[in-house]
Design a protein around this ligand. Structure first.
Ligand code: BG6
Length: 298
């Protein structure tokens, strides 16, 4: 059985290896675990709430229709990161046997009323279709956003992916030199000069308009641990909360867990996407295993 569905979650199991699997909570359509041959690829806080009482700390939460907080009209009442991550999605079923592929949907009927009503007064008719495909060595998540309204509206999208690492002290992220970066901690925009991103304190940056031809690699002690490919997702948030920020997050445990994670978050967040009535937009994140280091100049 490549798919196992219960009331609150769906599991995809690889026909090639029963220890290669993905677990998806209906709450937020949040991927909470992805193992390849038994090895966990994502970081999940041991204090993460999985009961729908708050967004999941770890895995792959979904960010829509706003990234962070925005003062833009129609978005200024929304809480950080919008309502997709705290709404219970509908499981639409399996669309392919092998590789196992499933879909989840969210529209105004399923959306968390309290939060959804803060986006343009809850007046936007939308459909989100999330497709999750489990390959033996890759996890592909694709989002389609459709405007089912008779007027245009705007949104951001982001896959808030918490990748597991052995030790953040030994971790680098490559292929970002030359890119435009907005540093959320400094509130400054600059060109990235570092040959690779390393981590020695809180880091919270939005790399803007990074060509989707560029592969992003998480490298530990010279070994590639994750390859992140993107389709139509030009922005990349790189985040690690480090000690002080994690200390202030009640659902972040263990407190030194920041050593074990790095968020590489592909999205479209540097500006809003506008969808006219009847239009749709699609973006994909592909996380793949693979050893070869690939260096790409700007
Ligand atoms: C990141 C942001 O995407 O999400 C950070 O860049 C933020 O600024 C982080 O702190 C976590 O957000 P939250 O709402 O899940 O605590």
């Amino acid at each position: 059985m490549p798919i196992e569905a219960s009331d609150d979650k769906v599991e995809l199991i690889s026909p090639e290896n029963p220890n290669t699997k993905v677990s998806v909570l209906l709450y937020g359509a949040t991927i909470t675990s992805w193992t390849i041959e038994g090895v966990e690829q994502l970081w999940l806080s041991s204090a993460a709430k999985l009961d729908g009482s708050r967004p999941v700390r770890g895995g792959i939460p979904l960010v829509f229709p706003v990234f962070g907080k925005s003062s833009a009209p129609g978005f200024d009442q929304l809480p950080q990161h919008g309502f997709a991550r705290n709404s219970t999605w509908e499981f639409l079923g399996q669309t392919r046997e092998n590789p196992p592929t499933v879909q989840f949907g969210l529209g105004p009927e399923q959306a968390n009323r309290e939060v959804y009503s803060k986006w343009d007064n809850g007046d936007n008719d939308f459909t989100l279709l999330l497709t999750i495909e489990l390959q033996p060595d890759a996890l592909i998540t694709t989002i389609e956003v459709a405007n089912s309204d008779s007027k245009a509206w705007k949104f951001n999208w982001l896959f808030h992916t918490y990748l597991a690492v052995n030790d953040i002290d030994d971790t680098l992220v490559n292929n970002l030199p030359g890119e435009t970066c907005y540093d959320q901690l400094l509130a400054e925009t600059y060109e990235e000069k570092a040959p690779a991103i390393d981590f020695n304190g809180e880091l919270d940056r939005i790399y803007q308009n990074v060509s989707c031809e560029k592969l992003l690699q998480v490298i530990e002690l010279g070994k590639v641990v994750h390859n992140v490919e993107r389709r139509n997702l030009p922005d990349v948030v790189v985040w690690n909360p480090w000690a002080n920020k994690s200390a202030g997050m009640a659902d972040f445990e263990p407190k030194d867990g920041f050593h074990k994670m790095v968020c590489i978050e592909p999205g479209h967040v540097h500006d809003f996407i506008t969808l006219e009535p009847g239009e749709s937009w699609t973006g994909s994140q592909i996380i793949r295993k693979g050893d070869a280091i690939k260096l790409q100049a700007i």
